[in-house]
Design a binder for this molecule. Structure first.
Ligand code: UD1
Length: 364
């Protein structure tokens, strides 16, 4: 049996490691061990999501918590190195682009433990984003790069990554959705909130560029309040956003609007139930740009760039700023929006391709 550490740190990582965990667990040659770095620790940002995804409690929990980028990255390296020295795994799989991704990749690379990056090759081209730095660092040092789409392969080859290190396996987050589709569709979150399917906007925000400064957040809040006069709005706010709304005294503008429901983070199944019924999703999340393209739901992304351009070129996504939210909402309400296509290999079978690739690379 070969042992494989699956690193999970923050909310968007859990839906990427879960399908791989389950697929590896079914084999007779691999033993997946979940390592939770503790970057996200609130119940609904972490444990509740793992429970929804039927993943057992992590084998190792590093408990690093919040901090500056250097503190978080450094603490993960210090704690994870100890685990690797004591329980040397045969492979480490890091996912996504959070601080823990780069930190654990560095630990593995320096201990000569082979590292795979799941969701490699994504590039926004914007080095002001901490996630872009994490992507660049991780992809430069790992041994195997698992990509979701052709544009990611092209980015890597353009940066000098040898083609033989790249396996295009598809988008694993779609596997989580397909695994739980029936449960998601049967959940009553929309009903509980008094929402009519196909008649509300779902909003999430958490990027520092949108929520850490009043000059950025206030116009977004105003545009949302304005939009709520045409369509009920459900705003599921990240802890970082809740802090921003409160610090800049913007919370009451939302809570005093009759057509806005402001909620704390939700577990995966409840949240995805809201996504499936939305007329439009307004977000700055990476994962939601992909999930909406997969589901054919219009997505308005409040960012200047995206590391997931395929969601714009063939999907349902559009990059906007708050000043043009209203006109885009009109287009969506009038039915003037592309229905989009699902990118190749976004099919719910990515974990199986990942397992096959790992088996081959392990010489089994
Ligand atoms: C992190 C990732 C980002 C990812 C996002 C998804 C990095 C650099 N950023 O950003 O790529 O898209 O997660 O959610 O790794 N907090 C809580 N409870 C929690 C987690 C965080 O209250 O469970 C608070 C923290 O104290 C902090 C804020 O939320 O003040 C931000 O958390 P942090 O992990 O630093 O970054 P995210 O914005 O979540």
């Amino acid at each position: 049996m070969i042992s494989i550490h699956l690193i999970a740190a923050a909310r968007p990582n859990f839906m990427k490691v879960a399908p791989l965990f389950h697929a590896l667990n079914k084999t007779d040659w691999a033993r997946p061990l979940l390592v939770h770095t503790g970057q996200h620790y609130d119940h609904n940002m972490s444990d509740a999501i793992l429970q929804d995804l039927k993943v057992p409690a992590p084998e190792f929990h590093l408990g690093v918590g919040s901090g500056s980028h250097a503190e978080q990255t450094g603490s993960v390296m210090i704690e994870y190195e100890k685990i690797c020295v004591e329980h040397r795994p045969d492979w480490i799989v890091v996912v996504g682009d959070v601080n823990s991704t780069a930190a654990c990749a560095m630990v593995g690379a320096k201990l000569w433990i082979p590292v795979v990056h799941l969701e490699a090759g994504l590039r926004s081209g914007d080095r002001r984003m901490p996630e872009e730095i994490n992507r660049l660092v991780t992809d430069a040092i790992v041994d195997v790069l698992w990509t979701p789409s052709e544009d990611a392969d092209e980015n890597l080859v353009g940066e000098g990554v040898p083609a033989e290190k790249i396996d295009r396996i598809g988008n694993i987050m779609i596997d989580s959705f397909e695994m739980l589709r029936d449960t998601i569709e049967a959940a009553n979150t929309q009903e509980q909130l008094g929402l009519t399917p196909g008649n509300y906007a779902l909003v999430t925000l958490h990027r520092p560029s949108n929520v850490d400064a009043a000059e950025a957040l206030a116009p977004i809040v105003d545009a949302l309040v304005d939009a709520s006069q045409r369509l009920p709005i459900v705003f599921v706010a990240h802890p970082r956003t809740i802090k921003g709304l409160s610090k800049f005294k913007l919370e009451s503008r939302l809570t005093e609007s009759a057509n806005v429901t402001l909620l704390e983070p939700l577990p995966y199944v409840q949240f995805m139930n809201l996504v499936t019924g939305a007329k439009v999703v307004i977000t700055d999340s990476g994962g939601l740009q992909e999930e909406t393209t997969y589901l054919g739901i219009p997505c308005l992304t409040l960012r200047e760039n995206t590391e997931r351009p395929i969601t714009v070129s063939i999907g349902t996504n559009k990059l906007i700023d708050a000043s043009i939210l209203a006109e885009n909402l009109t287009a969506i309400l009038d039915g003037n929006w592309p229905s989009g296509q699902r990118p190749p290999l976004w099919d719910g079978k990515t974990a199986d391709r990942a397992v096959a690739a790992l088996k081959q690379r392990s010489g089994l």
